[in-house]
Design a protein around this ligand. Structure first.
Ligand code: SF4
Length: 438
C-alpha cells in the first residue's frame, strides 16, 4: 500500500461541511495506509481544505498553504475546498503547491495524490461544476477526535443571494439519499457518538430534489429513533425552510437540540431585497414567533451582515432594533466582503471599511450582552452537558455543551469524555456557565 509509513496532515477552514469533508478525507487516506498527524507536525503530505466566504478566508487559506510548504519543502502539498474551486490560478501561483482539487471529484483525491507524488508538474483537477450534478458520497467513515459527529446530508445551494460566493464554489442544491443518510447516522451511533450534527450548505432544502415524501423533517423523524443516539443537532437553517411540521418535530421528539441558528443578515426590508434574501422582516418575525410559542426558552442564534452596499445608518439601526426585539441568544457578525463574480460586488455605494468596523463593533457588543442575558437564565438549573474534555490542562476544569448550545465548565471528571452528565449551574464565567456535576 503506497501510504504505508507515510504521514498526512489536514488543515481546515470554514463551515461544518468543510469540517465534515476533512474528517472523511482523513478516513480515505488512513484506509490507504497513511498515518494522520497534527498539521503543526512534519508530514509527507499536507492537505489544506480552504474557504472563500470572505477575502479574509482567502488570505488565511494562502497563509496555511505557505506554512505547509515551509514546514516540509519535500512534502506533497494538496489544496482543495471552495477557494480552490473559485480561484485555482491564485493557488497554482503559490510556489510549492503540487495538487489542486476543487469541490467535486474529492472521492478520487487519494488517487490524485498518488499520481502527483510521481509527477514533476503541478496537477490541477479543478473543473466546472455541472448544473445537473448529483450528490456524491465520499468513500470512507468519519474520523474525528471530537465528541459529536458532523453528518453532511446536503450539498450546494441554488438561492444565489447577491453577496454570496457559495453557489459558485459548491454548485446547485442536491441531497444525499434518504437511505445513505440514515445508514451513515446509524454507523456514527455504532461508532459511539452520542451527538450527531446534521449539516449541509443549504440544509433546509434537504430532499427538495428527492421527491415529495422526502424532506428534512421526515429524515429527522427517522434518525432520532436510532437507539443509542442521545442528541440530534441541526446546523444553520434558512428562515423560509422552517415549517410548522419541523417546529412540531423539534418540540415533541426527545433528543433534538433546542437550539436553532437562523440567518437574518439584515433587519431592513430594502437591504434584504438588495441581498436577494427570500423573506421579509415580517415573515422572519412570524417564523420566530411560531418557534417560541411551540418551544419556549429555545436558544436562537443568527448571522448578521454589516456594511452591505448602500446600507444607511437608519437601515443599520433597523437591524439593531430588530435584534433587540427578537433577543437572540448570540449573534455571528460578518462585515460585508466583496466577492468577485457575485452581483453585489458590482453594486454602487460600497461601504467604507471604517464604517463596517464601527457597525460590527456595535453588534459584537450587543451579542455579548445578549449571550450573558440568555446564559444567566440557567443559574440554579440542572443541565445535561455533553463532556468534551479538559477546558485547559492546568485549570482542573472540564467543559461541554448543553443541548441549547451553552458552554459549561465544571471540575474535571475522569473518563467521561463523550458522555452526557448532569451539571448544577452555579455561576456565570463571562458568557460561559459553571457548576458542579450532580
Ligand atoms: S442561502 Fe444564500 S447565503 Fe446561504 S449559501 Fe445559499 S446563496 Fe449563500
Amino acid at each position: 500500500m503506497p501510504g504505508i509509513n507515510k504521514t498526512f496532515a489536514v488543515a481546515t477552514l470554514g463551515c461544518k461541511v468543510n469540517q465534515y469533508e476533512s474528517s472523511v478525507i482523513t478516513g480515505m487516506f488512513e484506509n490507504r495506509g497513511y498515518q494522520a498527524v497534527e498539521f503543526g507536525q512534519q508530514a509527507d503530505i499536507y492537505l489544506i481544505n480552504t474557504c472563500t466566504v470572505t477575502h479574509l478566508s482567502d488570505r488565511k487559506s494562502r497563509q496555511l498553504i505557505r506554512r505547509a510548504v515551509r514546514a516540509n519543502p519535500n512534502a506533497l502539498v494538496i489544496v482543495t475546498g471552495c477557494y480552490a474551486q473559485t480561484s485555482p490560478n491564485e493557488i497554482l501561483a503559490i510556489e510549492g503547491v503540487n495538487l489542486v482539487v476543487g469541490t467535486v471529484d474529492r472521492d478520487k483525491i487519494v488517487d490524485f495524490a498518488e499520481k502527483a507524488q510521481g509527477s514533476t508538474v503541478v496537477l490541477n483537477y479543478v473543473r466546472e461544476i455541472d448544473q445537473n450534478i448529483k450528490f456524491k458520497e465520499l468513500p470512507a467513515q468519519v474520523v474525528t477526535g471530537r465528541e459529536r459527529a458532523f453528518l453532511k446530508i446536503e450539498e450546494g445551494c441554488s438561492n444565489y443571494c447577491s453577496y454570496c460566493i457559495v453557489p459558485f464554489a459548491r454548485g446547485p442544491q442536491r441531497s444525499r439519499s434518504f437511505k445513505d443518510s440514515l445508514n451513515q447516522a446509524k454507523n456514527l451511533v455504532e461508532a459511539g457518538f452520542k451527538e450527531i450534527v446534521l449539516t449541509g450548505i443549504h440544509l433546509g432544502s434537504y430532499g427538495s430534489d428527492l421527491g415529495s415524501e422526502t424532506n428534512l423533517n421526515s429524515l429527522i423523524n427517522s434518525i432520532i429513533k436510532i437507539p443509542g443516539l442521545s442528541r440530534l443537532r441541526l446546523s444553520s437553517l434558512e428562515p423560509m425552510d422552517i415549517t410548522p411540521a419541523l417546529i412540531d418535530t423539534i418540540a415533541s421528539q426527545k433528543g433534538i437540540c433546542h437550539h436553532l441558528h437562523i440567518p437574518l443578515q439584515s433587519g431592513d426590508d430594502q437591504v434584504l431585497k438588495n441581498m436577494r434574501r427570500n423573506y421579509s422582516i415580517n415573515e422572519y418575525k412570524r417564523v420566530i414567533k411560531q418557534i417560541r410559542e411551540r418551544i419556549p426558552g429555545i436558544a436562537l442564534t443568527t448571522d448578521v451582515m454589516v456594511g452591505f452596499p448602500g446600507e444607511t445608518d437608519q437601515q443599520f439601526y433597523n437591524t439593531c432594533n430588530l435584534i433587540k426585539e427578537i433577543s437572540f441568544s448570540r449573534l455571528h457578525v460578518f462585515k460585508y466582503s466583496r466577492r468577485r463574480g457575485t452581483p453585489a460586488a458590482e453594486f454602487d455605494f460600497q461601504i467604507h471599511p471604517s464604517v463596517k468596523e464601527e457597525r460590527s463593533n456595535i453588534l459584537l457588543a450587543l451579542s455579548r450582552k445578549l449571550a450573558r442575558d440568555y446564559a444567566s437564565l440557567h443559574l440554579g438549573t440542572i443541565q445535561e452537558v455533553l463532556v468534551e474534555g479538559s477546558y485547559n490542562k492546568k485549570s482542573g476544569f472540564d467543559e461541554g455543551l448543553t443541548d441549547n448550545y451553552q458552554r459549561v465548565l465544571f471540575p474535571s471528571v475522569f473518563n467521561k469524555r463523550g458522555e452526557i452528565v448532569n451539571v448544577k449551574i452555579e455561576s456565570l464565567q463571562g458568557e460561559n456557565l459553571s457548576g458542579t456535576i450532580v
